[in-house]
Design a protein around this ligand. Sequence first.
Ligand SMILES: NC(=O)c1ccc[n+]([C@@H]2O[C@H](COP(=O)([O-])OP(=O)(O)OC[C@H]3O[C@@H](n4cnc5c(N)ncnc54)[C@H](OP(=O)(O)O)[C@@H]3O)[C@@H](O)[C@H]2O)c1
Length: 318
Amino acid sequence: MIYRRCGNSGIELPAISLGLWHNFGDTDDFGNARRMLLTAFDHGVCHFDIANNYGPAPGSAETTFGKVLKSDLSAHRDELFVSSKAGHDMWPGVYGGNSSRKNLIASCNASLRRTGLEYFDVFYSHRYDGVTPVEETMQALIDIVRSGKALYAGISKYPPELQRYACEILAEAKVPCLLSQYRYSMFDREAADTNFGIAAEAGSGIIVFSPLAQGLLTDKYLDGIPADSRAARSTGFLKVDQVTADKVEKARKLNAIAAGRGQSLAQMALAWILADGRVTSVIAGASSPAQLKDSLGAIDRLHFSAEELAEINAVLAG
Ligand SMILES: NC(=O)c1ccc[n+]([C@@H]2O[C@H](COP(=O)([O-])OP(=O)(O)OC[C@H]3O[C@@H](n4cnc5c(N)ncnc54)[C@H](OP(=O)(O)O)[C@@H]3O)[C@@H](O)[C@H]2O)c1
């Protein structure tokens, strides 16, 4: 594994981190989830990205992580960098999920109980909810850090103008924004233009989610929608209508470029993101240890020639 410095902080993170959004819930195979976590750790992936609502059921990915921490990794707490987040719905009630102080602090406490951790390494505001003043949400993050429940603060998916303001509030309180988490991939390049620059200016590390476009940037859908895929699962966030003919055609062409580089498409898609030196880490998802190992192979070839980049751009431009 290679490790990259996170913004202006003293923290380094693995270039590839593991996310627990899908495949770690209580409807998933616990043995498989445990093997993925241990495979990751054995390959130097020490950063695990979680959130209160990951499951299904919401909360159960944290419970799964907590079980594996207790049975296999408890002696390694200081070698792990674990995140959680609050801000999306956990349950349908009035306090079931937004970016209020009440939700962030109560949710952080509940996430600590589920994982069995004494503290999170980073705790995020998962989103700007459109209602709660940014001052209230940032003060909650500041207080979570000052109370020792998290070591660092982060934000995710904030629109640019609020991202800048949030970073200013955190910096003023001397609880700087360690990580800015945004969706970014070959198929979704907006954040590089809108958010990365603001994060970099604020000295925040940039960490990318859904780097494989939930599986579209792999060879998974080249011959239809397999029964064991995220798109085929009723609980998956990738919907069948998102597996468009255009995306599949582009993936097919990208797959050929990847083959020319001696990589799988998943490896090339991750390497392409990491070629942007502003990115600290990509949070990859996986549904098996084999997939994870394939993805980790990305770091063996991170360099792109100008011709390869031009070819990729031409495919993406359609
Ligand atoms: N901040 C936020 O709001 C936010 C939002 C979304 C995600 N996240 C974080 O980002 C993490 C990653 O998101 P994601 O799961 O959407 O990431 P992703 O890496 O774009 O997609 C992961 C999916 O791609 C397929 N896959 C992975 N490696 C593969 C390989 N080598 N070959 C073939 N297929 C492969 C698997 O699909 P199958 O399951 O079909 O096999 C896997 O479940 C999440 O777990 C979460 O921690 C954060």
